[in-house]
Design a protein around this ligand. Structure first.
Ligand SMILES: C[S@@+](CC[C@H](N)C(=O)[O-])C[C@H]1O[C@@H](n2cnc3c(N)ncnc32)[C@H](O)[C@@H]1O
Length: 419
């Protein structure tokens, strides 16, 4: 990928852009595989990396605002706001036009950019979510509600010029912190969510809900998680079926009729799958789609993300339940209940990892199969060190963040010894 901002030195956020693409992936893969080598089960092998488009892939644009109300500059948070980066080649077609539309709105409504050093001004960030179908959700992060009246007045003209923008909100972020957004979200126009086709499902992204950076790669990541879980459950069904006694539907052991027929001597309870840190439900919805007889529960701390996940499940008639809660507290509480721990746990935590408490619970829980998708292999290694009874039986480097050293990795874990 060529980028004139990188070549001129205006933007260095794609730190590996000088490296040929194949080398970026090979070296990223090597780093991850070396780091996780101590946790591999005997005989386990890494599978081919998940790689997607190198440009036009970014589902989320986060722009910091500099310049003046008359001449706003949209750059990247944490970099000098000297060059306007609206034409960043990582964004899909259409995002640049929406960002230009946002700048026109800033000019017309005379919204002064927030000056971090002087703690003055109003507009901190402009956030765009782009769907693969060319729709956009636009969010303006403001220090206060002071400029809202003027923004509301000039918004209709902006929306008329940019019909791809199906929703606009204001996020109020009064604190002087490095966080990109605040707690309060004020709808200004349009829909409450944007439909983002991802893999085999549609996610309904909302303000304040996490969305994976690379929509194409995320789809393959979710498919991989669901495929491993299908394999795990098929192995279990085969192991649970007494020799010579075929399951009611050997071609499809997950067929509800073959699993839930109380008259059948081989009847077993529907498998239970937990998707912890589920966000908008990408893993849970893929599992529910692949294994309709499973009892799939997604847990996530963001109520907005849970609303989006429920919207997806309802719109696609997928049998998954979603709850807003702390993943660790919920898992420990739920496992102590009547049904006990689930058959398979999926975890996809933020960069800090699952942490010692959830790792300790997983270690002692007896859960045999875990799928761990991590956006920080270093904290994944720490979490694996805290779970000596489970080992990596399969893994894939996931190129979620092309041209950077950031890496996603998905691993399948299996209990190899009891604690
Ligand atoms: C890396 S994202 C993954 C989300 C989702 N699995 C996906 O693929 O989009 C991590 C998610 O964990 C959520 N989260 C952070 N802390 C949490 C906690 N203590 N309990 C539950 N969810 C949490 C975040 O809101 C975020 O949605």
């Amino acid at each position: 990928m060529r980028c004139h901002h990188f070549e001129s030195g205006e933007c260095r956020s794609c730190t590996l852009l000088d490296l040929p693409r194949a080398r970026q992936v090979a070296e990223g893969r090597e780093r991850v595989e070396t780091l996780l080598a101590p946790f591999l089960a005997t005989g386990a092998a890494w599978q081919a990396p998940i790689v997607g488009a190198e440009s036009g892939f970014r589902a989320r644009g986060k722009m910091a605002v500099g310049g003046t109300a008359q001449e706003p500059v949209l750059g990247l948070p944490g970099q000098a706001l000297t060059a306007d980066l609206c034409d960043c080649p990582l964004y899909p077609d259409g995002v640049e036009a929406v960002l230009e539309g946002a700048k026109a709105l800033i000019r017309r409504a005379q919204v002064p950019p927030y000056d971090v050093a002087r703690r003055r001004g109003e507009l901190k960030n402009v956030l765009v979510t782009a769907s693969p179908d060319g729709e956009h959700l636009l969010r303006l992060v403001l220090r206060s509600e002071k400029a809202l009246g003027r923004i509301r007045e000039h918004l209709p003209a902006m929306l008329a010029a940019h019909p791809s923008v199906i929703a606009v909100t204001a996020n109020i972020h009064p604190d002087h912190t490095t966080r990109v957004e605040g707690e309060q979200e004020i709808p200004l126009a349009g829909a409450s969510s944007i439909a983002v086709r991802t893999g085999d499902v549609t996610l309904f992204a909302r303000p304040q809900s996490f969305l994976q950076t690379h929509t194409g790669v995320a789809g393959d990541l979710y498919r991989q998680g669901a495929a491993w879980i299908s394999e795990i459950l098929q192995e279990r069904t085969a192991a649970d079926t007494p020799a010579g006694e075929a399951s009611a539907d050997p071609e499809n052991p997950e067929n509800p009729e073959s699993r839930a027929n109380p008259a059948s001597p081989a009847a077993v309870p529907a498998p239970r799958i937990w998707d912890l840190y589920c966000g908008l439900g990408g893993f849970a919805l893929h599992v529910a789609r692949a294994l309709p007889s499973a009892r799939v529960t997604g847990v996530e701390v963001s109520a907005q993300a849970i609303d989006g996940a429920r919207e997806s499940a309802a719109a696609q008639r997928l049998p998954a339940t979603f709850l807003a809660d702390d993943a660790t507290a919920w898992a420990i509480r739920e496992a102590a209940g009547e049904d006990g721990p689930p058959d398979v746990v999926v975890v996809n935590p933020p960069r800090r990892g699952i942490g010692p408490e959830l790792a300790a619970w997983l270690e002692r829980s007896g859960v045999r199969d875990i799928v761990y998708s991590s956006c920080n292999p270093t904290t994944l290694a720490t979490d694996l060190a805290a779970m000596p009874s489970v080992r990596v039986t399969a893994g894939r480097f996931v190129d979620m963040f092309p041209h950077t050293e950031h890496a996603e990795v998905i691993v399948r874990l299996r209990r190899t010894s009891t604690t």
